[in-house]
Design a protein around this ligand. Sequence first.
Ligand SMILES: Nc1ncnc2c1ncn2[C@@H]1O[C@H](COP(=O)(O)OP(=O)(O)O)[C@@H](O)[C@H]1O
Ligand SMILES: [Mg+2]
Length: 244
Amino acid sequence: MSPILQLRGLQRRVGSTEILRGIDLDVMPGEVIGVIGPSGSGKSSLLRCIAGLDEIAGGSVQVEGRATQPGDGAIGMVFQQFNLWPHLSARDNVSLALRLVRKMPAAAAAEKAEAALAQVGLGALAARKPAALSGGQQQRVAIARSLAMEPRVLLFDEPTAALDPELTTEVLDVIRNLAASGTTMLVVSHEMGFVAGLAHRVVFLDHGQMVQTGTPQVIFSEAAEPRIRSFLQTYLSRVAWVQG
Ligand SMILES: Nc1ncnc2c1ncn2[C@@H]1O[C@H](COP(=O)(O)OP(=O)(O)O)[C@@H](O)[C@H]1O
Ligand SMILES: [Mg+2]
């Protein structure tokens, strides 16, 4: 089997600042990669470069052996902020790019949007506008919007970071279902338990470099690398009250 996504020497620079310092990664079809690391380590930049939203200074991004092109839909991305149009229904938010970018007729686009909404458990709420949906439901609409474009690889950048804890679960459940159905994805999240349970492989970034990559067991329990241990320690101390 060959990789569905291949990064080679991926570099990003802003002015003289090195933001990504040569990232190499092969992602296999159906693989789920968790991306963790301190704030400012380059997690968002990595996803944005893969999605073609940030310009790369060197290296390559290939999907199924081909360089990605803007607008080819090979990569989908879900952001922390849902970025839904407030004046449009969930259905229209999801179908908009199908109509405008894919030039799909309105009826077919609406049908596809409803199928994508059903996939995230929102089939009954397709007519609602964002203001009439909870934050968790809005993020599920944003996920449906990505799914409707049928990307080869789906990227999540802290998809629950803007949500209250009780709304986080429903979004994590949707992402788990996508993983179980074989969606290839890269997930940046600070929900360490979620990442540990979801990812086939975890990548730890620091200062724009991949410090280590390995199974969740290796990264969360066995990593000897001091930067990983100290990063994980901050999470452990944050939940330490649970153990009393
Ligand atoms: N457009 C930009 N201009 C200047 N610096 C940037 C820009 N985008 C990101 N950076 C810097 O790049 C580094 C990585 O940022 P980012 O990818 O957002 O990290 P993370 O998502 O891990 O918090 C940070 O030091 C950030 O300040
Ligand atoms: Mg970020």
